[in-house]
Design a protein around this ligand. Structure first.
Ligand code: B12
Ligand code: SF4
Length: 502
C-alpha cells in the first residue's frame, strides 16, 4: 500500500509563533507511525518546510492509497485542508485519517466528509491494524473491529470503536522511521541547538494541571522507555544534539540515575535538552549535576506564575520558592533555562509589572510569556467554555486571548508584547553561566547561535508589536470585549471540574 503522512503547516506561516524562533522539531508522531508499517511504501511530507504546491505535486505523482495527517488544536483547519486536498486530487479511492491531540480531545472538529477516520489516543497499533485491514481488501467503512478509531460507517455516520488500551511498553515500539525525514533534519532546532534530533522517552504525566490535557490524553498513566534503550537510540543518531520531547522528563529518579550510568559507561557524547518541572530540579540538585555531566544542556520548564495563588489556581502543585530555587540551580550548573510564564486575561497593569519584575529576578536564560488559554480537552476548558470569545482554533496558540481581558484589548496586548523587551535582566547572567560551564557546547553551537540571532532579529518586530495580535483578531474577536467587572486583588478560584475522566 502507498501511504502519505503529512505534518501540516501553520495557518499563516510567518505570523507570531513558537516554531519561527524558539522550537521547531521533527514530526515524531509520523515517523513513529511509519515505523509500524515497514512492509508498505511510506512518504512523510513536512509542509512547514515545503512550498505550498508540494502537497498537490506529491498526491499526483505518488498517488497514495492512504493519507494521514497529524493535528494539535492550532493545526485543525490546515489538517482538514490537507485531507480535503487529498480527496480533491484522488477522489474516494484515497482513505483519509487524522490523529493527534486535537482529534482525540475534540473529535467533533473533524467530523467532515473529507475525513474517513480519526485515530483517538496513541496511534501505533491502531494505525498498523488499519493499514493491514485496508491492504488486505477490508471494507473502509467497516472498521468497528479496530480499537481506537472514530470512522465514517456505511451510512455516512460517525461511529466510535472500542477504546485503544494505552498500556504497551514503550520499549516494545520500533525506532521511529527517521530515514523518511532525512532531507528536513538540518532545519529542526531548539533555540541555538540544531540540527536537532528529537526523541520521546516517556508518555504521560502524573500531575493534573488544569490547563494541560497530557494526563487526560494518556489516561493518567505514565510509561517510560528504559534507560538502556534511550542510550541505544541516542547512539544510533547522526546528530550531535537531541531533544527529549517528553512533557515531564525529569520525574523518575531511578531511571535518570540509570541514564547517567549508561551514558557514562558507554561514553556517549551528545548534547541534549528536555522539559521538566521546577520542583524536581529544585529538589534534586545533585542529580541535575550528574545529568549535566551526562550532556544535559537545556531545560524547558513551566514556571507559569509569580504568585502562590496563581500556581494553586492552575493546580500546578508547585511553589514560587521552588521556581526560584530551580532557576538558581540551573544557572549554577550552567544549564540553559527556558521558562514559560502565563499572563492571565484578567491581568491589570500592576499584575503585568509584578510578573515581569519577578522574571527579571529569577534570571532565566530564555523567558517565554504566553497567555492562559483553555485548550480543548482540559479542565479549564470545561470550566470556562461559556466565556470564550471565539472557538476559532487558530487563536488557541497561547499568544491570543480567547477570554475577555480586564484591560482594554489594545492595552492588554501592548503590555503582553512588551514582555520581549523587558524580561531580559537575567539573560546575560544565565547565558554567561552556560558559556562558562559549557564552552565546548557553545563552540559547537556557534552556527546555531548565528541562526538564532537571525531568526530573532527577523521576528522581533512581529513579537514586539501589539498591532500584530489585534490585526489577527479583526472580524473574529470584538476589539471591545472586556471582563464585565474590573478585577481586584483576590484569591484566585480553583478550577476543580475533573474526575469524570478517571
Ligand atoms: C514537539 C511539540 C511541539 C512542536 C511541533 C510538534 C510537531 N508535530 O512537529 C512545536 C514546538 C512547534 C509545538 C508548538 C506548539 N505546541 Co506543542 N507539543 C509538542 C510536544 C512536546 C511533543 C509532540 C510529539 O512529537 N509527541 C510525540 C508523539 C509520538 O505523540 P503524538 O503527537 O501525540 O502522536 C501520537 C498520537 O497522538 C497519534 N497520532 C498523532 N498524529 C497522528 C496521525 C495519524 C494519521 C494517526 C493514525 C495517529 C496520530 O499517534 C502518535 C503515536 O502514538 C507535545 C506534547 C506531547 N506529549 O505530545 C506538545 C503539544 C502537542 N503542544 C501543544 C501546544 C499547546 C502547542 C502550542 C499551541 C503552544 C506552545 N507554546 O507549546 C504551539 C502551537 C504551534 C502552532 N503551530 O501554532 C499541546 C497541544 C494540545 C492540543 N490541544 O492540541 C501539547 C499536547 C502539549 C501540552 N502539554 O498540552 N509543539
Ligand atoms: S503542565 Fe506539565 S506537569 Fe502539568 S500536567 Fe501538563 S505535563 Fe504534567
Amino acid at each position: 500500500m502507498k501511504i502519505l503522512l503529512v505534518q501540516p503547516a501553520p495557518f499563516e506561516p510567518g505570523r507570531i509563533g513558537l516554531e519561527n524562533t524558539i522550537w521547531f522539531c521533527e514530526p515524531v508522531a509520523l515517523t513513529s507511525l511509519a515505523a509500524m508499517v515497514p512492509e508498505h511504501e511510506v512518504k512523510i511530507l513536512d509542509l512547514r518546510l515545503e512550498d505550498d504546491v508540494e502537497l498537490v505535486r506529491v498526491l499526483n505523482d505518488f498517488e497514495p492509497d492512504l493519507v494521514g495527517v497529524t493535528s494539535m488544536t492550532t493545526d485543525c483547519y490546515q489538517a482538514k485542508a490537507t485531507l480535503q486536498t487529498a480527496k480533491d486530487v484522488l477522489g474516494d479511492r484515497v482513505f483519509t485519517i487524522v490523529g493527534g491531540h486535537h482529534p482525540t480531545l475534540a473529535p467533533e472538529d473533524f467530523e467532515d466528509p473529507v475525513v474517513d477516520a480519526l485515530c483517538l489516543g496513541e496511534g501505533e497499533d491502531t494505525f498498523r491494524e488499519l493499514v493491514t485491514h485496508l491492504a488486505t481488501g477490508g471494507d473502509p467503512r467497516a472498521l468497528g473491529g479496530i480499537a481506537g478509531l472514530r470512522f465514517r460507517d456505511a451510512h455516512g455516520s460517525y461511529t466510535t470503536s472500542d477504546k485503544r488500551a494505552q498500556s504497551r511498553s514503550l520499549d516494545s515500539f520500533p525506532a521511529p522511521a527517521r530515514h523518511l525525514i532525512k532531507k528536513y533534519v538540518k532545519d529542526y532546532f531548539f533555540t541555538v541547538a540544531g540540527p536537532l534530533a528529537s526523541m520521546v522517552t516517556s508518555r504521560g504525566c502524573s500531575f493534573d494541571c488544569n490547563f494541560c490535557a497530557i494526563w487526560e490524553f494518556y489516561e493518567r498513566k505514565t510509561r517510560f522507555m528504559s534507560a538502556k534503550l534511550i542510550v541505544d537510540r541516542m547512539e544510533a543518531l547522526e546528530e550531535r544534539m537531541v531533544f527529549f520531547l517528553d512533557d515531564n522528563f525529569l520525574t523518575n529518579r531511578r531511571r535518570l540515575e540509570e541514564l547517567c550510568d549508561e551514558i557514562e559507561r558507554r561514553g556517549v557524547k551528545k548534547w541534549w535538552g528536555t522539559q521538566g518541572r521546577t520542583d524536581f530540579i529544585a529538589d534534586h540538585p545533585d542529580l541535575m549535576r550528574r545529568l549535566r555531566d551526562a550532556g544535559l544542556v537545556m531545560v524547558l520548564s513551566g514556571y507559569e506564575s509569580n504568585e502562590e495563588d496563581g500556581l494553586a489556581a492552575l493546580l500546578k502543585r508547585n511553589t514560587v520558592e521552588k521556581n526560584k530555587k530551580a532557576a538558581a540551580t540551573l544557572m549554577d550548573l550552567g544549564i540553559f533555562s527556558t521558562g514559560i510564564f502565563m499572563v492571565r486575561p484578567d491581568y491589570t497593569d500592576e499584575d503585568f509589572d509584578a510578573l515581569y519584575a519577578h522574571i527579571n529576578e529569577l534570571g532565566i536564560a530564555l523567558p517565554m510569556i504566553s497567555i492562559l488559554t483553555p485548550l480543548p480537552g482540559t479542565q479549564l476548558y470545561k470550566a470556562r467554555e461559556h466565556e470564550l470569545l471565539t472557538k476559532d482554533r487558530r487563536f488557541f496558540d497561547l499568544l491570543h486571548s480567547v477570554l475577555p481581558t480586564a484591560l482594554p484589548r489594545e492595552r492588554f496586548y501592548a503590555r503582553f508584547a512588551e514582555a520581549n523587551r523587558v524580561t531580559w535582566a537575567g539573560w546575560e547572567k544565565a547565558n554567561l553561566a552556560v558559556l562558562k560551564n559549557r564552552p565546548r557546547f557553545v563552540l559547537e553551537a556557534l552556527p546555531g547561535i548565528a541562526r538564532f540571532i537571525a531568526r530573532a532579529r527577523h521576528y522581533r518586530p512581529i513579537l514586539e508589536s501589539a498591532e500584530t495580535h489585534l490585526r489577527d483578531e479583526v472580524g473574529i474577536i470584538d476589539p471591545n470585549a472586556r471582563l464585565a467587572a474590573a478585577p481586584r486583588k483576590r484569591r484566585l478560584p480553583l478550577v476543580e471540574v475533573r474526575k469524570e475522566v478517571a
